[in-house]
Design a protein around this ligand. Sequence first.
Ligand code: ATP
Ligand code: MG
Length: 309
Amino acid sequence: MMKIVSLGEIVVEIMATEINQPLSETGLFSGPFPSGAPAIFIDQVAKLGVDCSIISAVGNDGFGDINLKRLRKDGVDIEGISVLEDEVTGSAFVTYHSNGDRDFIFNISKAACGHLSLENANLDVLSGCTHLHIMGSSLINQNIVDLCLTTIDIVKNNQGKVSFDPNIRKELLNDNMKASLTKILESTDIYMPSEAEVTVLSSFDSDDAAIAEYFSHFKVSEIVLKQGSKGATVFTPNSTSTIAAFLVDEIDPTGAGDCFGGAYIACRVKGMNIDESLSIAAQCGARSVTFKGPMEGTSTLEELLDFFQ
Ligand code: ATP
Ligand code: MG
């Protein structure tokens, strides 16, 4: 029996329809789209057929409903999502620039998912959990950090494993958050940074030295480096596996890392080896960028076969 649980924000994403459209001017937007890194991750896990839940919170509103409906339809157990009557569901407004950068306006810390805590979280869904996934973007206050550390203890005490995607957006990083990220890294088995994040939690400035430090000092067993349209690389203490990105027409890059990550962990939990897992994950990441909306491009194996034929 295997079960994957993720923890953290569920939000809607509302996207500017024009490239370079400032968020400070009136303009057209599309959405709401179901979103939130841990939600996209777990939706991708469900689509690959692994038992899964997410510990999160939404408000009793349309933005919460669109997420609950999508996650349930795709096979995620939604029992771990607390509906907080006095809060609204989180949101992220995003605009894309022609150089590939993105600007966000988040309503997360004051929204339902920012009020997630040991008081209102449903930890019953950790029963039978063999793998917990944490995202750095979720660690926005001490209540959520405490909740993460408690869930890590529960899962580790049951011989489960922990994966961790630092997912550090420049708009959200502060010193407190860095200390929390480091604490999570101390319990991490599979670390999943993006290229720009490799050295963020290391005392070294070079990628090679940082990776060596994660293996020796932090006892990580696998490092999955996400390199966007260049592909991905998995390091273990004694091996390196690389995959090039599949060539696709990118429409919306948001969510690629979460689809890739959910697929990689689902495959590893199913017992697939690193190379097989990398291949499915890279396919999921590539297919996801061909859809507008962060959770619109999660894939089943059948959808991957159709798409890459
Ligand atoms: P984000 O946090 O912005 O969602 P990330 O930095 O965590 O993204 P990426 O490296 O952007 O993750 O994407 C994860 C994987 O998805 C890549 O390693 C690659 O395999 C695949 N991928 C991403 N973008 C593309 C693309 N444009 N074309 C093909 N494959 C892609
Ligand atoms: Mg990422």
